[in-house]
Design a binder for this molecule. Structure first.
Ligand SMILES: Nc1ncnc2c1ncn2[C@@H]1O[C@H](COP(=O)(O)OP(=O)(O)O)[C@@H](O)[C@H]1O
Ligand SMILES: [Mg+2]
Length: 189
């Protein structure tokens, strides 16, 4: 079965947006975080960085098995969407959030200072959308800036971008922050 992917740095709103989108399209959401746990694909806990390390081969197999068992298209949300096999992917939506807003969201989630900094830096650089483009190519990857959108508005935007000739802009926080003279504040040394 085919999948609509929702990816992005932690805190950009993937889980919430995917749930709203699923309700709207009447299809199921597969969370890659849940799937990695269920399929036993968490290789080790990196306690120092307070993150889990995923066995990628294991997760790829679990994704393939799951998609084979589905009779309808699904939404796949998570941090590792680039692991979904290319031929199953309809479109990949990468949620983007201005680093200052992301920092607030992650801090209020109770993340440690280091974990906030690490994720904010990944968003500044644009790691998730670069990985998605590398895996699926420019035409399948759409970016949405969720900074000033509610999760419902973001889900609406995805529905709009599912249309055949839809286009979306690319975001470069690095350039934006550099022009604003505050890039240093968002990168660790
Ligand atoms: N567009 C948004 N605007 C404001 N807050 C949001 C938005 N999307 C998500 N949030 C909030 O940010 C936090 C992270 O959302 P979540 O869906 O858990 O993100 P992810 O799954 O990408 O880590 C939640 O507290 C959520 O309510
Ligand atoms: Mg989530």
């Amino acid at each position: 079965m085919t999948a609509i992917l929702v990816g992005g740095t932690p805190g950009t709103g993937k889980s919430e947006v995917a749930a709203i989108l699923a309700e709207r399209l009447k299809i199921k959401v597969i969370s890659l975080g849940d799937l990695s746990k269920k399929a036993g694909c968490i290789a080790e806990e990196d306690t120092e960085r307070d993150t889990e390390i995923i066995d990628e081969d294991c997760l790829v197999d679990a994704i393939i098995d799951t998609l084979e068992g589905e009779s309808d298209r699904v939404i796949i949300e998570g941090h590792y969407i680039d692991l979904v096999p290319y031929s199953s992917v309809e479109r990949a939506f990468v949620l983007r959030t201005h680093p200052a807003t992301l920092k607030e969201r992650l801090t209020s989630r109770g993340y440690s200072k280091e974990k906030v900094a690490e994720n904010v830096e990944a968003e500044v650089i644009g790691v998730c959308q670069m990985d998605a483009i590398e895996s699926f190519g420019e035409p399948k990857v759409f970016e949405i800036d969720t900074t000033d959108l509610t999760p419902t508005e973001t889900a609406d935007k995805i529905v709009e971008l599912m249309k055949p000739r839809a286009r979306s802009p690319r975001y470069d926080w690095m350039e934006l922050l550099e022009n604003e003279g505050r890039l240093d504040k968002f990168l660790s040394d």
